[in-house]
Design a protein around this ligand. Structure first.
Ligand code: F6R
Length: 602
């Protein structure tokens, strides 16, 4: 989704902001632009399409700049609709993420102003222009505060004026992070935008207004200066770069053993059979729980489906999983005895934010399982558990799925122990098995070439069907989604038993069936469903726990015998399969068409 970067300072302003836009490409965009202040002038350049060929403004002596990658909502991705947008005098430049819902009414009020785009954003520089005309002595912070009071919807906004170096930024419902550096100040929609310059960050809260200068950042709330908490993010700058891989996605698939070790570090006590997630609930709360409701979207929804089964079996709780966009409060349940868990890599997904808001309003306890420190969801919930996957740049989720599932497995053990439904010895065994998963995933990564060969062999198929049972089912759904989104081929995931209830009609010799046949997911039953597809001529590719006696497959990949998390290991084969099909087909793997990394519209 749209990306913002702003910088004021002694560094190479244009280069820093241009690079920031490149760093933000992973969020998904269709046009881009930069406004630079140099020698008392505002210079603006925009492009429709990729920033590969984008020429930023040429400006010696530039002192501050703002840039934007746009993912169209109002008006097509043309140069005119690209941000920054300007007032009538070309003296105020604005970039904006989000949607201004009342822009039509505001535009009607601004009838004497000249508008050049179809965007909702363009009302903002004109409102600022009017405010300065009314009272030229106001500060930009005051004007931005009064103008944003009039906006309905969600926004993160940065403003640059011809008359001063200062950048003013504010938000309501869309993320903004501030970066502190000796040479200057940054604002961006996400940390990777400026990670090569600083790891010292502050997160702007809804309604706060930040004034950035080369000397530092002041933040105001209701007109008063507030203290700014500075955090150090522990992401290495290299983590946001490709490090020799062709694509971020392949790099991120290969980072999974490290990511999972990070997720586990310091949280497991295998002697005591306990998990410490640094969350605290009121006395008796966890015992009184009757239900856990998960809300999530896309890949995170599949991770939640996986996690829900674990919670149900280890913590003896009813566990329901809702697509966040369909969540209506989980009709019929008692909010006081319900814990609602938002699973979201970005922590910014609007559907998930809305759903967790509904749950909180009803009085349910809320927990976020997320990757991004300080993201919006962490401010909306009672407790947060970080998945610690590190920055995920590829638009398609890969390592974050693994880290989400691993974290949810720890949540399940935690709940089981806290509620007394999981014995110490059973918890010890589960914890021990969690520790084997990173090594097992490494073994899968080591045979990537075999997966590539299989992908090359089958890539001309008409369709691909993925099947699995129990926690192999969400993995099948995730395998199909990966193939769809990065390779643009038809793929569907099914609960293995459902194949014969309809989808089997689609199966031909041109539709390989990929099956999760790991121990503990009823592989002896799933293999019969594979046989049903094979009887219709479908090639069978399977992911089988080592030692299981399944010999009917055309291509079999071995999943190391590491216990209850084996489907998560099998999923790495599915990621590699999707990656190599997409790569053979020469797809833009890190930035699939029409998709955005962080979906901040509903
Ligand atoms: C698929 C994918 C999306 C996201 C979904 C939710 O590869 O990345 O389906 O999983 O948009 O995003 P988060 O997890 O950020 O809430």
């Amino acid at each position: 989704m749209c990306g913002i970067i702003g910088y004021v300072g002694a560094g190479d302003v244009v280069d820093i902001v241009h690079q920031g836009l490149i760093n933000l490409e992973y969020r998904g965009y269709d046009s881009a632009g930069i406004a630079v202040r140099a020698d008392g002038e505002l210079l603006v350049e925009k492009t429709a399409g990729s920033i590969d060929a984008f020429e930023p403004p040429v400006a010696d002596g530039a002192t501050s700049a703002i840039g934007h990658t746009r993912w169209s909502t109002h008006g097509p991705p043309t140069e005119r609709n690209a941000h920054p947008h300007l007032d009538c005098d070309d003296s105020i430049a604005v970039v904006h993420n989000g949607i201004i819902e009342n822009y039509t009414e505001l535009k009607a009020e601004l009838e004497d102003h000249g508008f050049v785009s179809e965007t909702d954003t363009e009302v903002v520089p004109h409102l600022i222009e009017d405010a300065f005309e009314d009272d030229p002595d106001q500060s930009l912070v005051e004007v931005v505060s009064s103008v944003t009071d009039r906006l309905e919807g969600s926004y993160a906004i940065c403003v640059l004026r011809r008359d001063e170096d200062e950048i003013v930024a504010t938000r309501d419902g869309s993320p903004l992070v501030l970066g502190h550096d000796e040479d200057g100040s940054f604002v961006a929609s996400d940390v990777p935008a400026f990670l090569e310059h600083t790891r010292e960050v502050s997160y702007l809260a809804d309604g706060q207004v930040a004034a950035l200068s080369a000397d530092g950042i002041d933040v105001y709330e209701a007109g008063e200066l507030v203290d700014l908490e500075v955090e150090t993010v522990d992401w290495e700058p290299e983590a946001a770069q490709k490090a020799g891989y062709d694509h971020f996605m392949r790099k991120e698939i290969h980072e999974q053993p490290t990511a999972l070790r990070q997720a586990l570090t310091g949280r497991l006590d295998d002697e005591a059979g306990e998990v410490d997630l640094e969350v605290s609930f009121p006395d008796g709360y966890l015992d009184s729980l009757e239900e856990v409701q998960f809300v999530a979207a896309g890949t995170s929804y599949y991770a939640a489906l996986f996690g829900a089964r674990l919670v149900e079996s280890l913590a003896d709780l009813r566990a329901s999983v809702f697509l966040a966009s369909e969540y209506d409060g989980g009709a019929g349940r008692d909010p006081w005895r319900t814990l609602t868990v938002a699973v979201t890599q970005s922590g910014e997904t609007k559907d998930t934010m809305d759903a967790i808001g509904v749950a909180a309003d009803l009085g349910a306890g809320t927990l976020a399982v997320t990757n991004v420190v300080g993201s919006s969801v962490t401010r909306a919930v009672d407790q947060t558990v970080y998945i610690r996957a590190g920055p995920e740049i590829g638009v398609a989720a890969s390592k974050s799925f693994a880290s989400q599932v691993m974290t949810l497995a720890m949540v399940a053990i935690f709940l089981g122990r806290a509620r007394g439904t999981l014995s110490r010895s059973a918890a010890r065994r589960r914890i021990d098995e969690l520790g084997s998963v990173p090594g097992a995933i490494q073994q899968v990564l080591d045979v990537e070439e075999e997966v590539r060969e299989t992908a090359a062999e089958y890539l001309d198929a008409e369709a691909f069907f993925f099947i699995g049972r129990e926690v192999g089912y969400p993995v099948s759904l995730e395998g199909a989604l990966k193939l769809k989104e990065i390779a643009y081929v038809h793929a569907e995931g099914f609960a293995a038993g459902e194949l014969k209830h309809g989808p089997l009609a689609l199966v031909t010799e041109e539709s390989p069936v990929l099956s999760v046949l790991t121990a503990g997911t009823a592989p002896e039953r799933t293999r019969h469903n594979v046989a049903e597809a094979q009887a219709r001529g479908a090639p069978a590719i399977g992911f089988v726990t080592e030692g299981l006696d399944i010999d009917q497959l055309d291509v079999a990949f071995t999943v190391p015998d590491v216990g209850w998390m084996e489907p998560l290991v099998a999923n790495v084969y599915l990621q590699l399969f999707a990656y190599h099909v997409a790569n053979e087909l020469d797809r833009p793997i890190d930035k699939p068409r029409n998709l955005a990394k962080s979906v901040t519209v509903g």
